[in-house]
Ligand binder design. Structure first.
Ligand code: FES
Length: 136
């Protein structure tokens, strides 16, 4: 994907703001099979996710939290992608996918914002350490 023109950036900025203002799958699930929350230690912002998993498939997912547009839009985008996805496939989502979905250049200072929801997915759903989270 190109990260080129100002018009592109403008489009993606609006796209992110739309997800921030109208988050998809925002809220809580009644009886989640998995629930997990993480914060960004740099700012204290929070993202949490509830998952309903049936036969290895993410049947439903909701997120909650508070934070900057990047963190909340990234969570919203991720939940859209996760719904109906096999856990095996969800495991393959990595930070490049998440950053790619946002579609704009994310400055190093905002990387933790963008990847907070991925951390929730990894740590919560798979018990994986945040090994590639701290790469600079
Ligand atoms: Fe807190 Fe982005 S500033 S998550």
């Amino acid at each position: 994907m190109s990260t080129g023109t100002a018009a592109d950036d403008q489009f993606y900025r609006e796209y992110i703001l739309d997800h921030y203002k109208n988050p998809r799958n925002f809220g809580r699930l009644e009886k989640p099979d998995i629930t997990h929350e993480e914060d960004n230690p740099l700012c204290g912002d929070v993202v949490g996710m509830d998952f309903k998993v049936t036969d290895g498939v993410i049947e439903d997912v909701r997120f909650h939290g508070r934070g900057c547009a990047i963190s909340q839009a990234s969570a919203s985008l991720l939940t859209e992608r996760l719904k109906g996805m096999a856990l095996e496939d969800a495991k393959k989502i990595d930070k490049h996918d998440v950053l790619g979905e946002l579609g704009i250049e994310i400055s190093p200072a905002r990387i933790k914002c963008a990847l907070l929801s991925l951390k929730v997915l990894k740590v919560g759903a798979y018990g994986l350490a945040d090994e590639d989270e701290d790469e600079e």
